[in-house]
Write a protein that binds this ligand. Structure first.
Ligand code: SAM
Length: 263
């Protein structure tokens, strides 16, 4: 039995699918995960879901300033007992709990909350994030325009950051073994490659148009009351899956101008 198997037995935890509790078992993958993050001693590091601590024990070696957010009672107690004097443990739901300030974000993300956590992450200023996610989710993070994986997630991420799949991780490296493979993705925030008049409008237009990705842009915007027939908005007969983030930005600017004719 490896460490993870032994810890599952020792803590008495019964892994729950609803909490995405598939624990990493491979120390070499954990080493590389932390390595990709390029942590400096003085970095403020945030980990969501420390679980049985396979990443956490490496994080407290790499930095003197580690905060973990864990929802599970047994695991929060275990991490406090094992590492409590070397980190700050917040026993809470990471979707609801405001994040403290951080430079580096590291997580083997619980599948059930990958989307809200990534969107939340993008609201903060940080240098690097390295996340383990399901392979198909990773593919959506880095998708090119025009393919089915191209999504609201892709566009929001592309606007805020550069994303790179660092490696694929087979399902056999987790206990219990999930149905699908995973991947490690590095997220590096950067200045947006194009400008928009109003970011909120850009994110809203992205959301509304991807909610009905097969519909024409004009139809989606009209049903969301963001434009009316005859308004001057580009690409209204196109479908969002065929438009680049910059083109969605042009639509958002036109929508914003409708509300602010003085511009
Ligand atoms: N970091 C460990 C590893 O790599 O083996 C555990 C990763 S496991 C995929 C996900 C962890 O996130 C579990 O410890 C689970 O209890 C925790 N978790 C699930 N939902 C959460 C939430 N909403 N907020 C904080 N932690 C959560």
């Amino acid at each position: 039995m490896n460490d993870t198997g032994r810890l599952i037995a020792d803590t008495g935890i019964v892994p729950k699918k609803s909490k995405g509790q598939n624990f990493l078992t491979d120390d070499r993958v954990a080493d590389r995960h932390i390595g990709y993050a390029g942590i400096r001693k003085e970095d403020r590091v945030l980990e969501v879901g420390p679980g049985l601590g396979i990443l956490t024990k490496r994080l407290v070696e790499a930095s003197d300033n580690v905060t973990c957010i864990e929802i599970d009672d047994i695991l929060a107690e275990y991490i406090t007992k094992e590492y409590g004097d070397r980190l700050n443990l917040i026993h809470a739901d990471a979707v609801k709990e405001p994040f403290p300030e951080f430079d580096v974000f590291v997580s083997n993300l619980p599948y059930s909350v990958s989307t809200p956590i990534i969107f939340k992450l993008l609201e903060y200023n940080f240098r690097t994030a390295v996340v383990m996610v399901q392979k198909e989710f990773a593919d959506r993070m880095v998708a090119m325009v025009g393919i089915p994986d191209y999504s609201r997630l892709t566009v929001n991420l592309f606007y805020k950051a550069e994303c790179e799949i660092m490696e694929n991780v087979p399902a056999s490296r987790f206990n219990p073994k999930p149905k699908v493979d995973s991947a490690l993705v590095k997220i590096t925030p950067r200045k947006a490659p194009f400008e928009v008049l109003d970011e909120k409008t850009f994110f809203k237009v992205t959301e509304v148009t991807f909610n009905h990705r097969r519909k024409k842009i004009g139809t989606s915007l009209k049903s969301a009351r963001m434009m009316e027939s005859g308004d001057d908005v580009p690409y209204i007969d196109e479908r969002v899956e065929m438009l680049s983030a910059a083109q969605i930005g042009e639509i958002a600017d036109a929508v914003y101008r409708l509300k602010h004719p003085e511009l």
